[in-house]
Design a protein. Structure first.
Length: 114
């Protein structure tokens, strides 16, 4: 069973930066073969894809974060990162890490006051 643990959320002023991390752990899985993704869910809204990185390292982004967010992965550390710059109040949400099709982390809250 795989566990995903996110960290790095917090309160940041508009225009600021945060880096989220998601560490995968467990038995009998190979992190390197999985696509990884960051999703977010704002209050009263559906969960949405923020960024995804393939097993080969190719990223793609939601239009709303292009040019501001960067997803990366360190396979040796079984970790995926989300560097978030130029944060806006509309980025406020719980951010979730996803591995493959079904594995989710518990989420980390990012708050950007207006």
């Amino acid at each position: 069973q795989v566990q995903l643990v996110e960290s790095g959320g917090g309160l940041v002023q508009a225009g600021g930066s945060l880096r989220l991390s998601c560490v995968a752990s467990g038995n009998r899985f190979s992190f390197i073969v999985y696509d990884m993704g960051w999703y977010r869910q704002a209050p009263g809204k559906q969960r949405e894809l923020v960024a995804r990185i393939t097993s080969g390292g190719s990223p793609n982004y939601a239009d709303s974060v292009k040019g501001r967010f960067t997803i990366s992965r360190d396979n040796a550390k079984k970790t995926v990162y989300l560097q978030m710059n130029s944060l806006k109040p509309e980025d406020t949400a719980v951010y979730y890490c996803k591995m493959g099709l079904n594995a989710w982390g518990q989420g980390t809250l990012v708050t950007v006051p207006s």
